[in-house]
Design a protein around this ligand. Structure first.
Ligand SMILES: Nc1ncnc2c1ncn2[C@@H]1O[C@H](COP(=O)(O)OP(=O)(O)OP(=O)(O)O)[C@@H](O)[C@H]1O
Ligand SMILES: [Mg+2]
Length: 223
């Protein structure tokens, strides 16, 4: 269960005079386990800022975030990293990947940090499921945008987290790969995990249990 209590994120914007601007404004939100949540909304409405705060990546200017009753921003950096590594998978907007590691090594990265378990077999299975197995020994700069995105998805789910955040994970994928990714996320939600996905993709809507719309830093549930 994720619970946000009156979270805000403000930035100073300098345009002639400087003024305070709220990317997320005093938001309350409760998300039950096992749901596939989709967040839609115009560019700049605060979607990325919101999921960064919910996932422990960005400290709110005010308010707090509870994940399974843990107030994540009351933890110190090290304990919050540990908590995230155990409980949260994150598929970021844009491209990520450590350039001097292979695709397989990139995917295994989260498993090396705090766990001794060998997850190589699982990594290979995920590479197969996502149809990038032939690229396992390639490097990120040799992959297309869609291939890198699939690598990021494998890396986000390898630790079997109970919550997965995804920021436009199908943004640069073709129809076939979009379906592969949405099917995987749906299957994970069906197994009792929580998916929170930001998307502009109309085809994704039918996969969701609950749809929220963001507007100017606030959120409301759609019917
Ligand atoms: N670090 C920052 N400093 C200043 N302003 C910021 C910062 N991060 C985000 N913003 C502003 O906050 C607003 C919300 O940004 P955010 O990235 O959350 O939007 P978004 O809904 O994810 O948009 P998109 O659909 O384009 O990804 C934007 O107007 C953005 O310019
Ligand atoms: Mg965004």
């Amino acid at each position: 269960m994720i619970k946000a209590n009156k979270i805000s994120k403000s930035f100073i914007r300098t345009k002639g005079e400087s003024n305070i601007f709220y990317a997320v404004n005093e938001m309350d939100l409760e998300i039950e386990d096992g749901n596939f949540i989709i967040i839609i909304g115009k560019s700049g409405s605060g979607k990325t800022t919101l999921i960064n705060m919910l996932s422990g990546l960005l400290t709110p200017s005010s308010g707090n975030v509870l994940i399974n009753d843990t107030d994540i921003y009351s933890l110190n950096d090290k304990n919050r990293s540990l908590f995230r590594n155990k409980n949260i998978g994150f598929i970021p907007q844009g491209q990520t990947g450590l350039q001097n590691l292979t695709i397989l090594e990139n995917i295994l990265l989260p498993t090396l940090i705090y766990e001794k378990d060998d997850k190589k077999d699982l990594a290979i299975k995920l590479l197969n499921d996502l149809d990038i197995i032939d690229l396992k020994d390639s490097y990120p700069n040799e992959l297309s945008g869609g291939e890198l995105r699939r690598m990021a998805i494998a890396r986000a789910i390898i630790m079997n987290p109970s919550i997965i955040f995804a920021d436009e994970p199908t943004g640069d994928l073709d129809e076939a790969n979009t379906k592969i990714v949405l099917d995987i996320l749906r299957k994970i939600a069906n197994s009792g995990k929580t998916i929170i996905m930001v998307t502009h993709d109309k085809d994704a809507i039918s996969y969701a249990d609950i749809i929220y719309k963001m507007e100017n830093g606030t959120i409301k549930k759609c019917d």
